[in-house]
Design a protein around this ligand. Structure first.
Ligand code: NAD
Ligand code: DAU
Length: 348
């Protein structure tokens, strides 16, 4: 297949592009604007492949998207480009509306036109996969899981922009018949995650001897999934998923934030002992405004219908991730240089 990936220089997109090039025969065109979160350093392993191409383009540029669709002629579009950080959306929502809502609209409009001009098998097999988040469902109490039918209840500027884009994608399927699919995934972790998200923030602050910021009481719960398991699920969906369907993706690894932080500190105590416990650096700070209490995904539909299950447990995945950051401090320095100083974001 010829796969057009948007956001392929980001955290999940780069895992997906590396997997497509290293583990399949498909061709990839990576379309990425290279915002503060997009870095070609994450794609060094595939850059020399004859099956990989890159275009630095903003998905809000309709003319460029039109040109790219018609030149590359994709069989599949996997749409991951987005503003992805909740804290940044609290500080300023405009880029989230532009990229996540308007950008998705442009990709859909141009895809509709492109797909309508395809013929025969190519038209029948074309797919547009929109990669979304469990945050569109709002928050859970102590119990329960999000299922595909859970009503939408987004609560942050980020999640409401993603919810808007999900609605657009469904509308383009129902109104025009565009063969779209949506995935809603839980929190990802793993190599190449920009050091603004909880797990890389904790690893880097711990190593730098700085305070490790835990929002509120640390009791909020997230359901963690190793990034390559997410990428593998996305490939299953484009290969076997049904147009018009939604698939929830999650790892059944529910952890309180404080448990995640403790596990990172304890692993660092073993791997990089410094005589005192890294847990002593933990600092409880003012909570995130509107902080969702708990997310948990019921992933039984994708398991049953597409035979996907995660391969990594949290215990193995977190060790691999910490070791990767220890071995790749230069990547962290390169992607944050003149770009982000690890300061607290999203205090509104
Ligand atoms: P990321 O922030 O690491 O990467 C986003 C990528 O999109 C970057 O390479 C950036 O340069 C690119 N981009 C941003 N605006 C663009 C624009 N206007 N035009 C072209 N490219 C643009 O994000 P991520 O964590 O890899 O998330 C990827 C997708 O998965 C997002 O849609 C996100 O909502 C979704 N998602 C993320 C998670 C998670 O835990 N990280 C979980 C579920 C769903
Ligand atoms: O659930 C899927 C979502 O997961 C994705 O859609 C988002 O793109 C992704 O960023 C992630 O959102 P979260 O807000 O859950 O991730 P983040 O890493 O920012 O925060 C995880 C939890 O840790 C959350 O409860 C807030 C808390 N936190 C975060 C940071 C950065 C802290 O306690 N301290 C921190 O310094």
């Amino acid at each position: 297949m010829k796969i057009l990936v948007t956001g392929g220089a980001g955290f999940i997109g780069s895992s997906l592009v590396r997997m497509i090039i290293n583990e399949t025969d498909h061709e990839v065109l990576n379309v990425d604007k290279l915002t503060y979160a997009g870095h070609l350093e994450s794609l060094e392993a595939v850059v020399n492949s004859a099956r990989y191409q890159f275009e630095q383009v903003d998905i809000c540029d309709a003319e460029e998207i039109n040109r790219i669709y018609n030149e590359f002629k994709p069989d599949v579009i996997m749409h991951l480009a987005a503003e992805s950080h909740v804290d940044r959306s609290i500080d300023g929502s405009a880029e989230f509306i532009k990229t996540n809502v308007n950008g998705t609209h442009i990709l859909l409009e141009e895809a509709k036109q492109y797909w309508q001009e395809l013929e025969g098998e190519r038209r029948k097999n074309f797919r547009f996969l929109h990669v979304s988040t469990d945050e569109v469902y709002g928050e859970l109490g102590e119990t329960g899981f999000f299922i595909e039918e859970t009503p939408y209840d987004p609560r942050s500027p980020y999640s409401s922009s993603k919810a808007s884009s999900d609605h657009l994608v469904r509308a383009w399927h129902h109104t025009y018949g565009l063969p779209t699919m949506i995935t809603n995934c839980s929190n990802n972790y793993g190599p190449y995650q920009f050091p603004e998200k909880l797990i890389p923030v904790v690893i880097l602050k711990a190593l730098q001897g700085k305070d490790i910021p835990v929002y509120g009481t640390g009791e909020n719960v997230r359901d963690w999934l190793y990034v390559d398991d997410h990428a593998r699920a996305l490939l299953k969906v484009v290969e076997k998923g049904k147009p018009g369907e939604t698939y929830n993706i999650g790892g059944h690894n529910e952890k309180q934030n404080i448990e995640v932080v403790h596990s990172i500190c304890d692993t660092l105590n073993q791997l990089v002992p410094k005589g005192v416990d890294y847990r002593d650096q933990i600092s409880f700070v003012t909570d995130r405004p509107g902080h969702d209490f708990r997310y948990a995904i019921d992933a039984s539909k994708i398991k049953k219908e597409l035979s996907w299950t995660p391969e990594e447990t949290f215990e193995t995945g977190i060790k691999r991730t910490i070791q990767w950051y220890l071995d790749n401090i230069e990547w962290c320095e390169a992607v944050t240089e003149n770009n982000y100083d690890l300061k607290r974001l999203g205090t509104a």
